[in-house]
Design a protein around this ligand. Structure first.
Ligand SMILES: Nc1ncnc2c1ncn2[C@@H]1O[C@H](COP(=O)(O)OP(=O)(O)OP(=O)(O)O)[C@@H](O)[C@H]1O
Length: 589
């Protein structure tokens, strides 16, 4: 049998198991063997019991039960049969309790492995360099973090257990037949082995390609449904909801069709094996009819063949089903294995060091290129910001302002040059300390579907009320919050849908203040803010300017830069000039 997919799946599981878990897996396999053995013994024991029960005086005549009957001094066959039947019942009770316990252990084990795979995927993606993160997109990431591990558990891990426990059953039967009647084993092997191989051979390629296709289609559905709900208002107004709905249904139609096809494939093996087994029986019969003198022996053989094949068929079928499922979901193994190379990990030092910021931040000749880009996004940027300064960045769209901030935030790492804090190179060992003192207010502030308080504290369990009050005050949110029925406990809707653009940015500012940010990067919203919103945001920035916070502002409106000590202008990844606010204002006027 082609065991490529089995070996591949086992290797993939090994990666996730800790040493105790590996030991547990072996232990579980032993328990499964015992459980399979009890299964076969249970069924096999029924035949002699039924035979002696059906024939009066059968107990004493039986070569198995006769000695037990005499040895235990039974007086009547009826009482012996009663004890025998109760014994059989108790055996089945024990067997089923035992196999349920094994199933329970097995499901707990697979659930734990599933959880460690999700943890592993999360760790992988949360440590992803930012640009890959953006490249993959959230639908793909959600699929890989939640859907793929769950499919892996259901369609790789569980089928593997089934496969091995069926192998155990088949082995027990095969050994019994080998001892009892080797010729029968030869006939069975001649009939069942080629059938199994041919059926698997016919289904595996298609099963795999269906699995791959379903994995391509699922994120598309996630993405369309995300757009459909988040873009509710825009799509409704543009009368485009129907088009998105149609796209989603087309995609789902293909998924459902492929799912149904795969389900059909899991039903097929049993039918094929049954046809071949019956063909075997009939062929032996025909032989008995047309070859004179061979019938008595052959008819016994047919009986035995049919009985053995009947018991083997479900096991072989389950083995085949398991293999088809493994093949169909091979993509999950590939998906989980993706992005394990070091280049997909932001370098992080095991030992984190403290960092203090007292004097200045120096960018020393920073060069940075996005993977695959022909020209660097930053081409030797050097500047110094003193503690407490307010510095502005301007420049046309695509000039590298956001990229520069992402380097400063350590979401990207420079190809050349250094960032120095008080003259000390900012390295991977400072990431945690650095992130404690730097804050970022994006153009589109990240907001959770939660209360204002939770959005400012990012779900702090023990909120520092004094700090929260200060953050609200400094971010010019006091008036707004006081006017709300539930104050800071008011829910703001999905992604802040109940807030204005200015309020959203000010929540971002309050968040940075609550965190005791020492260096704040503020990316001013590019979208046309109305006068009132612009005034609100500027008021918050003005208040910040009176603190000792070091502020770096990417500005799209010159008025935002009013309090800046220095303004840098970028073009094509380079600083082309530095300005004072008044010069810029004169230039515009
Ligand atoms: N994830 C990315 N992958 C590849 N190239 C990128 C990526 N992000 C930005 N770029 C490219 O890098 C260059 C600088 O982009 P950046 O976002 O820093 O500009 P910006 O000055 O902030 O623009 P804007 O004012 O429009 O926000 C652009 O040419 C952009 O196309």
């Amino acid at each position: 049998m082609n065991t490529g997919i089995i070996r591949y799946s086992l290797n993939s599981i090994r990666y996730y198991l800790t040493t105790p878990q590996k030991r547990k897996a072996v232990w579980m396999f032993v328990l499964l063997l015992v459980s399979s053995f009890l299964d076969v013994v249970g069924l096999a024991s029924l035949v002699p019991v039924m035979m002696v029960a059906a024939e009066p005086g059968g107990v004493q005549k039986s070569k198995y039960f006769g000695p037990i009957y005499d040895g235990l001094g039974f007086q009547s066959e009826r009482s012996f049969l009663l004890v025998l039947i109760v014994g059989v019942f108790l055996f089945f009770l024990f067997k089923n309790l035992f196999s349920t316990w094994v199933n329970y252990l097995q499901t707990r084990f697979t659930a734990n492995v599933g959880l460690s795979i999700i943890q592993n995927q999360l760790a992988k993606y949360l440590n992803f360099p930012f640009w890959y993160f953006n490249d993959l997109g959230s639908s793909q990431l959600i699929n890989s973090t939640l859907q793929v591990p769950s499919t892996y558990v259901n369609m790789i891990l569980r089928p593997l257990f089934i496969f091995f426990s069926e192998v155990a059953v088949v082995l027990v039967i095969v050994v019994s037949i080998l001892v009892y009647k080797p010729l029968l084993l030869v006939i069975l092997a001649l009939v069942l082995v080629p059938t199994t191989l041919l059926t698997y051979g016919a289904l595996r390629a298609r099963a795999q390609s269906i699995g791959n296709r379903i994995n391509e289609l699922r994120p598309i559905s996630f993405s369309i449904i995300g757009d459909l709900f988040t873009g509710f208002a825009e799509l409704k107004l543009a009368n485009k909801q129907q088009r998105f709905k149609d796209q989603l249904l087309d995609n789902q139609r293909e998924i459902q069709k492929l799912d149904a096809e795969v389900y059909l494939y899991t039903l097929l093996p049993l039918k094929v094996i049954e046809m071949v087994a019956i063909l075997g029986v009939l062929t032996i019969f025909l032989y008995a009819i047309y070859v004179p003198g061979s019938s008595t022996n052959l008819i016994t053989l047919v009986g035995l063949f049919a009985a053995a094949a009947y018991r083997l068929m479900p096991s072989v079928n389950r083995m085949l089903m398991a293999m088809v499922q493994l093949k169909q979901c091979q993509y999950t193994i590939e998906d989980l294995e993706a992005y394990r190379e070091p280049k997909y990990r932001v370098a992080q030092a095991e030992q984190q060091a403290e960092l203090s910021f007292q004097n200045n931040i120096t960018l020393d000749n920073l060069v940075f290129s996005f993977p695959g880009a022909t020209t660097p996004a930053l081409q030797g940027v050097s500047l110094t910001v003193r503690k407490g300064q307010k510095v502005g960045f301007i420049g046309s769209s695509g000039s590298g302002k956001t990229t520069l901030m992402n380097l400063l935030l350590r979401f990207y790492i420079e190809d050349q040059g250094h960032i120095l804090i008080d003259g000390k190179v900012l390295g991977p060992e400072h990431i945690e300390a650095w992130h404690r003192i730097i804050g970022y207010v994006k153009q589109d502030t990240f907001l959770m579907e939660a209360s204002i308080k939770d959005n400012i504290t990012l779900g702090d369990a023990n909120v520092d009320q004094e700090r929260l009050g200060y953050a609200i005050e400094q971010a010019s949110l006091r008036g707004f919050v006081n006017g709300l029925p539930d104050g800071v406990d008011t829910f703001i809707g999905e992604r802040g849908s109940k807030l204005s653009g200015g309020q959203r940015q000010r929540i971002g500012i309050a968040r940075a203040l609550y965190k005791r940010t020492e260096i704040l990067i503020l990316d001013e919203a590019t979208s046309a803010l109305d006068n009132e919103t612009e005034r609100e945001v500027n008021e918050a920035i003005d208040r910040l300017s009176s603190t000792d916070m070091t502020i770096l502002i990417i500005a799209h409106r010159i008025t935002t830069l009013r309090d800046c000590d220095q303004i840098y202008e970028l073009n094509a990844g380079k600083i082309i000039s530095t300005h004072q606010y008044q010069d810029l204002l004169n230039r515009v006027l």
